[in-house]
Structure formats: C-alpha cells, structure tokens
Design a protein around this ligand. Sequence first.
Ligand code: ADP
Ligand code: MG
Ligand code: ZN
Length: 487
Amino acid sequence: MEWEPVVGLEVHAELRTQSKMFCGCAVVDCTVAEPNTHTCPVCLGMPGSLPVINRRAVDLGLRVALALGCRVAPVSVFARKNYFYPDLPKGYQISQYELPLAAEGVLKILPGEQTRVIRIRRVHLEEDTGKLFHEEKPARSLVDLNRAGVPLLEIVSEPDMHSVEEVKAYATTLRRLLQYLEVNSGDMEKGVIRFEANISLRPKGATELGTRVEIKNLNSFRALTRSMEYEVERQAARLSEGQAIRQETLGWDENAGRTYSQRSKEEAHDYRYFPEPDLPPLEVSPQWLEQIRRTVPELPDALCDRLVSQFGLGRYDAEVLVAERSTAEYFQRAVKTSGAPGRTVAAWLTGDLFGLLNTRNLTLEGRGGEPVLPAEEFGALIRMVSEGRINGPTGKSLLVEMIDTGKTAEVLVSEGSLGQITDEDTLRSAVRKTLVENPGQVASFRGGKTSVIQWLLGQVMKTTGGRANPQTVRKMLEEELARGSKE
Ligand code: ADP
Ligand code: MG
Ligand code: ZN
C-alpha cells in the first residue's frame, strides 16, 4: 500500500509591536531582558485588571490577512481559551475562536518547478504565554512572564500539503512574506515564529482524511521537516500493520530525533471557549481596511516578476534575489550606480559577492548594522569593469580587497593596489599594439577628431587589466600619435 501524507500547519508569529496585545507593557527580546521585568496587573492576570486591544497589533494582523488574500471579518470576537498551565497566569488565553479576524486566503508556494496554491483557513489574533525554564539541579521550573501577552498572529492552513518539500516551501514562503510586510523579524532563533504540524496519512488516491496527530512547538524549519519525516514513517509502519493511528498531541525530541506522546488530543469543548466579556467585538470598518491596504508593500512574487521584466533576469536568479527583502533592495541600488545590465550585477552579486561573504562567514547586513560593503560601492566597482577601466579578473580581486579592507575600489586603485605596471617598455609596447590594431581610430584622430584619444586610452587600460597608470599612457599615446603623423 502506498500512503500519501496530508499536512495542515498552524503558524504562530509574534507581531512587531512596541507594546503587548492587551496592556502597555513593552515587548522585549526575551533572550536578553531580565526575566519578569516587563509585566503589569493585566498580563499577570490580576483580578480586576482589564485588557485593552492594541490597535497596532490589529493593523499588522490585517496587513497579513490582506497579503494572503483573506476575507476580513467586519466584526471579529475575542474568546477565552481556558486551560491550566504555569506559563498562563490568567488560567485562560485570550484568542479568537468562532469569529476570527480573517479567513479563506491563499499562499502560493514553489516547492519545485511547479507553483502550488495552499489554502489558508483562518488568521486570528491572540496573546503569547510566558516562558518556562526547566532546570535539573536543583529540579525546578522557572517562569518568565515578559512574553506573556505579546501579540501573536495564528495562521492556519487547510490540509493541503503532501510532502516535506511542500511543507518546507510553505513555511519559508510564509516567513518571507511576514518579513516583507514588516510584521515579524523572521528571527527563528529568537522563537518569533513557531509551527504546529497536523499530520495524517491516507491511501494514495483516497480523498477522505485519515486520523491526524498534532506536533506542538516546532521552532525551526529543521524541526518541522525532521518531525514530519519521522511521523510519516511511523504512521505508515503502523497502518501497514493494520493498526490504527491514535489522535493525539505530540512533542518533538530534537536530540533523540523522534516524536513522543504528550496527551490524547484535546477537543475544543475541553477549552470551554466563550466570548471574552472584558473586550468589545473588534470592528474593522472599510475605511480602516483601505488604510491598511495602502501600507501593503510590493510582495515577493510581484517583485520577482518585476526583476525578471525590468532587468531581464532569469527566473531562478530573481528568486534568489527576493529570498530576502534586503538582498533585492541591495541589488537594485547596485544596478543604479553600476550603470551595467541587471544580469551582470546579479551575476556579481549572487556569484562573486555571496561566495566571498560565505567563505568569511558574513552576510550583506554585516556586523552590528554596519554593512560589509555598501551597495553603491559595489555598484561603483562593477561600473569600473563595465567601462573597461579594469578587467574582470582585476575587478574580482579588488572585490576581495574591498571586503577585507573596507576601502572603495577607487581608493584601492589610486593606492596602486592593482600592482601597477611601471615598466616603461611594457607600457610603450601596449600603446603601440593598440594603435596598430585600431587604424580606423588612429586615422580619425589625425583627421582632427582628437577626442578619440580617450577611447584609445580605454583600450590600453583594458589590455593591461587596468594596471597601467592612465596619465603615463595618455602621454605615450600623444607622443606615438604625434610621431606617426610626422613620418
Ligand atoms: P485544532 O488544532 O484546534 O483542532 P483544526 O481542527 O481547525 O484545529 O485543525 C488545525 C489544523 O489541522 C489545520 O491546519 C488543518 O488543516 C489541519 N488538519 C485537520 N484535519 C487534518 C487531517 N486529517 N490531516 C492533516 N491535517 C489536518
Ligand atoms: Mg491546533
Ligand atoms: Zn502588562
């Protein structure tokens, strides 16, 4: 029997707001801030405290909903999801249940050659829980409530994915979208995006859904894909033996590389959902939505199409450039200063520069916000090559020096870093060779078109790989041309 995996993902993304979802506490980097220093009666769940909806969080949530092509609810409702756990001081989480912020969207992904459309079931707002730290010696658990109440957007897909490649493409495409929309940093290491994977199998060709498990708390693409691979294999083995799959909630043990049972699957009624009595329904007017629509920037797919049509790039190169918004911006700025075709700049960027950065363990953003190489300086280097002032190989070695010294190409050249040819005889023969090879230009010079000398100078610079001193060459050209006309 051949089995087809069926996967639906629930993605939790922190929203980049200044303050928390229902109180004025600052949202801080929980990997840095002193624990429990950004809390108040509201996010601590003190009796009598009252939540207030953070309008900015709704703005950001709406931006995502629009970018996913969702139908936005004119009225959505916050609900209490009741359960007991030490990271949840109130004893319930404020979420949205029956009436979510938005529903019925789509995300286009490119898992291989073929585009696939994954349907989005719903997008809703909720609050994050605190963070638990389990220690062994002494055996105790510590709670940090700085994260309690941080705005979260939950994006739930339909069970439309059928392979690890599709799941990976969906997760990375969604992360990229959130970054482009500037609603989430995309910093996976800081836990700002977390996945839950619902996985079932069915006989290939069947249309009904099988019994699913839900794997909680997957914090990286690697954990997401590895846990899926493990689960697909485990379920296939069980089903092939004629055993049933137990509907349950699983954890993922990264070190052991396997899933483990956390609890049998809770049903919605276990949470005793009911509308949050302390918050009014959330009304989104057409005007509000229109205002948000204007803040949606050019999205990766559109940008990719534009790079192809405007700069004549291949689809693959364009995809590489739009993987990070900052890369696409860097490319466009470099093209502007280089005056060179987009294809040329793309080759320099994705081939040479990325390669160099890789070997030095650097990224375009560089260290602490200081770019390693500003796009304009990179563009200026390419300009020198495309204008023939230096040749390609020389340009490439200059690029290495630029990265390593932080100096511009112009400075490096004037410092003689190219290893200038000073030997007069070598230069003189390069000049003569150029004149012999270009009789037409020589003739027009002698016919009075003296500006041709600039072109000839360029030719000599080209044949010497930019390593000649332009002043010396010009002097020699003048001498040689004068001599020739006397003969
Ligand atoms: P909950 O997890 O709260 O029960 P849902 O029932 O709405 O929520 O489902 C959550 C996720 O599980 C969705 O992404 C959905 O696509 C996915 N899902 C539902 N049924 C299956 C199934 N049989 N196999 C795989 N994924 C499923
Ligand atoms: Mg779920
Ligand atoms: Zn607070």
